[in-house]
Design a protein around this ligand. Structure first.
Ligand SMILES: Cc1ncc(C[n+]2csc(CCOP(=O)(O)OP(=O)(O)O)c2C)c(N)n1
Ligand code: SF4
Ligand SMILES: [Mg+2]
Length: 317
């Protein structure tokens, strides 16, 4: 029998699970190669922007030497949310709009992992809009990459919360009338501590953003424009220099800790600026809960689990 320990004191109480011997895995193993991480052939349409994001996730895993047992990929429902199927590692294709609360649980109980969550604009800002705001506010340590294609792709062209006014879809035959949300601005206002914008046509840039997000001790959000070639072709041409558009980086003199300046930058007319708009260091929910757990663990040191339970029951009498 071996002891399960993830370097997190609160979990030592699971120590006597009969899980068999867990071999010690050397930290200096060679980095995984793409063919060891790529699972099923992605079922996206040819030219879909989501391919780029997946390819850059593979590159991140390789470059940062994230080994199989540490890969954690969570998603909701949508074309973009199929992501975990295509990654050879631990992951969950969860309920539509509910990826963040699920990922929060994983992040809080496994501090040795960095949880990556992928999803679409409908998943993130419609049905999941509530969770988006609260996960940002709580500053849960995880990275959320939203592949924003300004449409519901999987369900074949409905208006999404980021569709621009005038967009014709199955739910707005005469053109959308509701003003879209601005995901980056919303994330900053909700309390996210890392907010970036990228686009599927610039692989180097996506990699830089994910790389920086991985090091962030809190909630990191990347809005990544990702074209739906099937239902919204050309949506992001204005941000693509190969299509006559402009890809402009966040100015070097922008103070990423200045919330007002970040909101102003996020609010620029499309295509605006790409890069890290906002980044501040604030204690994550994970760190705060670890402090509480450590205090409690110190109080009950030496006690059996049933004694702790009994103590709690006695308190309720
Ligand atoms: C509770 C629930 N409501 C609605 C649906 C139908 N549904 C599946 S995906 C989706 C929206 C997908 O759009 P988005 O999140 O933007 O992802 P994309 O396909 O564009 O990548 C909807 C409405 C569902 N699966 N579950
Ligand atoms: S429908 Fe759109 S979002 Fe879905 S796979 Fe096809 S191109 Fe990508
Ligand atoms: Mg979408």
């Amino acid at each position: 029998m071996s002891k399960l320990s993830f370097g997190y004191e609160a979990l030592d109480r699971t120590g006597d699970l009969n899980v068999g011997e867990i071999p010690e895995l050397p930290e200096d193993r060679p980095a995984l190669k793409k063919k060891q991480i790529a699972a099923d052939h992605p079922t996206w349409c040819p030219g879909c922007g989501d391919f780029s994001v997946l390819a850059l996730y593979f590159r991140l895993i390789e470059k940062r030497k994230i080994h199989h047992e540490k890969i954690t990929t969570v998603a909701g429902i949508g074309c973009s949310s199929r992501f975990p199927y295509f990654v050879q590692g631990h992951g969950t294709h969860f309920i539509h709009g509910r990826a963040l609360p699920y990922a929060t649980g994983v992040s809080l109980c496994r501090p040795d992992l960095h949880v990556f969550v992928f999803g679409g604009d409908g998943d993130a800002f419609s049905i999941g809009g509530n969770h988006f705001n609260h996960t940002a506010r709580k500053n849960v340590r995880l990275t959320y990459v939203v592949m924003d294609n300004w449409v519901y792709g999987l369900t074949k062209k409905q208006t999404s919360p980021t569709s621009p006014v005038g967009f014709k879809s199955k739910t707005d035959m005469w053109g959308a009338v509701d003003p879209p949300i601005n995901p980056a601005k919303q994330a900053i206002a909700a309390g996210a501590t890392f907010v970036a914008r990228s686009t599927h046509t610039n692989p180097k840039h996506i990699h830089e953003m994910m790389d920086a997000a991985l090091d962030h001790e809190g909630f990191s959000f990347i809005q990544c424009l990702s074209e739906c070639t099937e239902f919204y072709e050309g949506a992001f041409d204005a941000a693509n220099p190969r299509k006559g558009g402009e890809f402009n980086l966040v100015p070097e003199d922008h103070d990423v800790t200045d919330q007002d300046a970040a909101i102003k930058l996020a609010d620029e007319v499309f295509p605006g600026k790409f890069g890290i708009l906002y980044k501040v260091d604030e204690k994550s929910k994970n760190a705060k809960e670890q402090e509480i757990n450590a205090k409690f663990q110190a109080k009950v040191e030496g006690m059996e689990d049933w004694e702790i339970l009994q103590q709690n029951f006695n308190r309720m009498k």
